[in-house]
Design a binder for this molecule. Structure first.
Ligand SMILES: Cc1cc2nc3c(=O)[nH]c(=O)nc-3n(C[C@H](O)[C@H](O)[C@H](O)COP(=O)(O)OP(=O)(O)OC[C@H]3O[C@@H](n4cnc5c(N)ncnc54)[C@H](O)[C@@H]3O)c2cc1C
Length: 580
């Protein structure tokens, strides 16, 4: 028998978006709020965010929210919904001040105002030159956001269920009634009955071999949503960050280029001058990552295998490198034995951010079909969600902004809904499917193991659905994923214990990754154009006439995928060619 709990509002995930949602739900004194997280909250990936949160404060030079809105839409290759971009660019200014007032220790200018630096794709006067828009706390911005929001939640009385892994969402007759979670410490299943649920469970970078993402980012809740036949939006758009530490994928923040860092090929050339003459190394990430791979393909890479590029910071003063980028200086010294003050750092693009996810309205309500019907009582925010702010390519610093703006909106909306709703009946056998899933893995015959399948999935996704794509590669990947899904059915765990069974957790997470890979590959194969992070050699141009629309991928049954579409919300910025 599963253990049962009851809260008005349940938040799944304790990263920046989950903690912001929980905090604003908890401020509504008519509702009880609990957060469920598979990690201890302050270990969430938001804590790894380095470079900053973008907001047009104008502390260093003139800036306006309209310029930020424009950059976000252009950066997203015009697939961004313009209503979301407008709300975002305005609200993020106030949200940053709110964090400041909660005590977040931002880096400061000599006049005491919040310090700001340049970041890719952020410009003044609609593309004229880079502008200082990223507010930062050295290169530990996400860490500070997470700590600040956690403290505020403790103060507000939010209840936390840490190291509880959600395995199922209970949705009946179009109404979300709660979730089922597995307690890591005891191995017991818990049913959480709720009036509203906010999904804030982060991304799925672990579907790729080289990634900046933490081990825990396996797309669990996106996958659970998808398994119910509900749509995921724009999954084909996955961002590769240009500067991961070569071979390891550990991130070197774009803030390094924001502070003046330069990319160089094997002859020392600043090659970005050829690709983006106006903003050079600060072009959006999709363009810089493609430029790097292009340099490598044409033989201008560095290192023994010529498969990396140099990031050069050596012309910058030591105080800037060590003072404003202390963590990445440390990473470089620790993992590479290279001192960025005097030496060039080898880098390589690394899988970084999911633009797509659970489709939502601008109030975070989860969308169930192409027509925009919402699932009552279900909300999503942060990287798990797709409010269509980032379109086909997210700008650096816009995810942390997304978490605080749309996390707050989802929390407010979920609490408002819960305050006037009744608890809908929870089915007596709510935990049945989760129990079956676990028992199958514990009782199988062990012909296959998790690590092998995961390794094959990660390298094939990297090769076939990575930075450069073709129809033939992706067709092959559809088959590979099918085969891996079939083999996954033969996986069983050797540890059948109930306490901290990490082998079981990894097996469950592989199941989630495989399903995300299925939806992602199908979406990418279907989109016959190149836009933002989705680049196809067989369809090299952007095609607004046919493809200025969002993809909605549905699973009818395993291996049987159906594609639908949703309109892009256009507005004052007409789609144009992207020139930087
Ligand atoms: C190295 C790195 C640096 C970055 N730097 C920046 C930056 O400078 N600026 C910027 O704007 N963006 C940056 N990003 C992107 C940004 O940090 C992330 O997109 C964002 O933090 C995601 O926040 P989130 O709240 O959606 O999820 P996360 O912070 O990833 O948290 C996910 C939460 O969900 C929980 N969870 C997941 N699955 C389950 C489950 N099954 N059951 C229960 N709980 C679950 C986890 O325990 C966790 O608490 C960076 C990303 C990385 C990886």
């Amino acid at each position: 028998m599963a253990i049962t709990h009851r809260y008005d509002v349940l938040v799944v995930g304790a990263g920046g978006s989950g903690l912001m949602a929980a905090l604003y739900a908890a401020k509504n004194k008519n509702v009880s709020v609990a957060v469920i997280s598979k990690l201890y909250p302050t270990r969430s990936h938001t804590g790894a965010a380095q470079g900053g949160v973008g907001a047009a404060l104008g502390n260093v030079s003139e800036d306006h929210w309209e310029w930020h809105m424009f950059d976000t839409i252009k950066g997203g290759d015009y697939l961004t919904d313009q209503d979301a971009a407008e709300v975002f660019s305005k609200d993020v200014i106030e949200a940053v001040y709110e964090l400041e007032h909660m005590g977040l220790p931002f880096s400061r200018l000599p006049n005491g105002k919040i310090a700001q630096r340049k970041f890719g794709g952020h410009t003044r006067e609609f593309g004229k030159a880079p502008v200082e828009r990223a507010c930062y706390a050295v290169d530990r911005t996400g860490h500070m956001i997470l700590q600040t929001l956690y403290q505020q939640n403790v103060k507000e009385g939010t209840m936390f269920f840490n190291e509880f892994q959600v395995l199922d969402l209970i949705i009946e007759e179009g109404v979300c009634r709660g979730v089922v979670a597995y307690e890591l410490k005891s191995g017991e299943l818990h049913v959480f009955h709720a009036k509203s649920v906010v999904l804030a469970a982060g991304g799925y970078g672990r579907v790729f071999k080289i990634t900046s993402n933490a081990l825990s980012l396996t797309g669990d809740l996106m996958s659970i949503y998808y398994r119910k036949g509900l749509p995921l939006e724009d999954l084909e758009f996955y961002q590769f960050h240009p500067t991961g530490i070569a071979k390891l994928g550990i991130l070197i923040t774009e803030g390094a280029r924001g502070e003046g860092g330069i990319l160089r090929n094997n002859s020392g050339e600043r090659f970005m001058e050829r690709y983006a003459p106006t903003i050079k190394d600060l072009a959006p990430r999709d363009m810089v990552s493609r430029a790097i791979i292009n340099e490598i393909r044409e033989g201008r890479g560095i290192g023994r295998e010529k498969d990396a590029i140099f990031l050069d910071l050596t012309h910058l003063p030591k105080e800037i490198i060590e003072g404003r980028l202390p963590d990445i200086t440390d990473f470089s010294r620790t993992y590479l034995g290279i001192d960025p003050v005097t030496e060039l750092v080898p880098i390589q693009p690394t899988a970084h951010y999911a633009m797509g996810g659970v489709p939502t309205t601008i109030d975070g309500e989860a969308i169930a079909d192409d027509a925009g019907t919402t699932v009552r009582g279900l909300y999503a925010a942060g990287e798990v969600a797709c409010v269509s702010l980032h379109g086909a390519n997210r700008l650096g610093t816009n995810s942390l902004g997304d978490l605080i703006v749309f996390g707050r909106r989802a929390g407010v909306a979920a609490a408002k809904y819960a305050a006037s709703a009744e608890f809908e009946e929870m089915p007596a056998d709510a935990a049945r499917d989760s129990n079956t899933l676990i028992e199958r893995l514990k009782s199988g015959n062990g012909k296959e193991n998790t690590a092998n399948i995961r390794k094959e999935l990660q390298s094939s996704m990297m090769d076939n659905v990575g930075i450069f794509r073709t129809g033939a590669d992706m067709e092959r990947q559809v088959q590979i994923v099918k085969e891996l899904q079939a083999r996954y059915k033969l996986v069983s765990v050797t540890d059948t214990g109930s306490k901290y069974n990490t082998e079981l957790i990894e097996a469950l997470e592989l199941g989630f990754l495989l399903d995300i890979a299925e939806g992602m590959t199908a979406s990418a194969l279907n989109r016959k154009e190149s836009r933002g992070a989705h680049d196809r050699a067989d369809f090299p141009d952007r095609n607004d006439k046919e493809w200025l629309k969002h993809t909605m991928v549905y699973r009818k049954s395993e291996g049987n995928v159906q594609i639908g579409y949703k309109k892009v919300v256009l507005g004052k910025f007409e789609p144009k060619a992207r020139v930087y």
